[in-house]
Design a protein around this ligand. Structure first.
Ligand code: KG4
Ligand code: ZN
Length: 359
């Protein structure tokens, strides 16, 4: 069957055609119209501008998705759309477009939770795919949470951030050290230079970092975002505030901070906190493999570190390719397929919601 899926929860409009055949998904097209260049001027996503840009993009990318996939609307068996969480005005564009298309063409419609969508990107992997139950990390601009997928559709929250998300913190701190929005990728690269500078090793820099003199630098000490209360929760606002204070301290005393070493330290604390909580989640959920998903799952240090955590505990880790980590329609198609299988259909009364459905 062919699934046409839409994603418009933040600053990317995406339409994708995915074929489900046998036990596998085949991504026939995954068109993404990114608005980052527009929002970069403001240093972050402007919701009103995002909604308008979705409206401008959605029709043409739908035609493009169908054309690239070599199908027409007549071939589509299912329409899937992100209904929550996200920016409400942005979500409404996708939801209304998908609803109109499905209803007017008599195609079944399913609503997809954005986070379940990110996790479902692992079902698009070539080769082996995760089988529920498994643990999933969703790390993005709006989320830093650990879930348990009990089945392909049933999800439980194990731990989450009590304030800021990891991606948002990379974006904010990145902006302060001159990396344009969204800063995650630039932060990743700058950190790598910092790790290499600290260790003098261009291969095993992350592993060696803790023993380096740079790590011992008392001026660069930052707190861990891993809450020490036995929960699987995080708090990134403390790390963010401490980093802002650190940058101000340098500025006020007329010293220039080494941005590479600073970025490395920040990344290290963020990644180690996630690694610690993922290790705990693995211990608490025997028999579960691990999936990592969301925009921040593109972080090279996080990918490598969590692969090590999984290996040390003898479990499998499933990491989507970089092209499927950010927001895209194909992941919504995969998640939508399982909602369809479960009979969770939506109709013309479908509404969007800014909030998480998994709490
Ligand atoms: O999942 P996503 O595309 O959108 C949301 O649902 O939020 O995630 C976007 C986030 C941004 O904060 C961006 O800076 C971050 O993912 N990001 C990264 C990297 N690539 C994107 N963060 C760290 N390292 C990266 N390589
Ligand atoms: Zn996302």
């Amino acid at each position: 069957m062919y699934i046409l899926a839409f994603e418009s929860s933040c600053d990317e409009t995406s339409a994708s055609v995915v074929l489900r055949e046998g036990e596998r998904f085949y991504v026939k097209s995954n068109i993404i119209a990114s608005q980052v260049d527009t929002h970069r001027l403001y240093g972050g996503v402007v919701p009103e501008i995002a909604s308008r840009a979705h409206i401008e993009a959605i029709s043409s990318i739908t035609y493009e998705a169908l054309e690239v996939a070599g199908v027409t609307l007549k071939d589509i068996d299912l329409v899937a759309v992100t209904s929550n969480p996200g920016l409400i005005g942005a979500l409404l564009v996708g939801v209304n477009f998908a609803k109109a298309l499905a209803v007017s063409n008599g195609i079944p419609l399913v609503a997809v939770d954005h986070i379940k969508g990110h996790i479902a990107s692992a079902f698009l992997l070539d080769g082996e795919q995760p089988k529920p139950p498994f643990i999933a990390l969703a790390a993005s601009g709006g989320h830093t949470a650990i879930y348990r997928m009990n089945s392909y559709t049933d999800i439980s929250l194990l731990g989450t951030t009590r304030d800021d998300a990891i991606g948002e913190s990379f974006d904010k701190i990145g902006r302060m050290i001159g990396i344009p929005y969204p800063a995650g990728k630039g932060f990743d690269e700058l950190s790598k230079q910092g790790f290499i500078k600290a260790t003098g090793d261009s291969e095993n820099f992350y592993e060696k970092y803790k023993k380096s003199d740079a790590y011992k630098d008392r001026e660069m000490v930052l707190p861990t975002p891993a809450l020490k209360d036995g929960s699987l929760d995080f708090s990134f606002s403390g790390l963010k505030t401490a980093a802002i204070n650190l940058l101000h301290r340098y500025e006020q005393t007329g010293r220039e901070i080494d941005k590479e070493l600073f970025a490395a330290r920040y990344t290290y604390e963020a990644v180690e906190a996630v690694a610690l909580k993922i290790a705990m989640a693995i211990e608490e959920n025997p028999g579960c493999d691990l999936v990592i998903a969301g925009g921040v799952a593109a972080n090279s240090h996080l990918r490598k570190r969590l692969a090590q955590v999984a290996k040390d505990r003898g479990i499998k880790i499933f990491i989507p390719p970089l092209s499927l980590c950010g927001d895209n329609g194909a992941m919504i198609a995969a998640s939508g397929y399982y909602e369809y299988e479960k009979g969770n259909f939506a109709d013309s009364s479908l509404n969007a919601s800014a909030y998480d459905s998994v709490v």
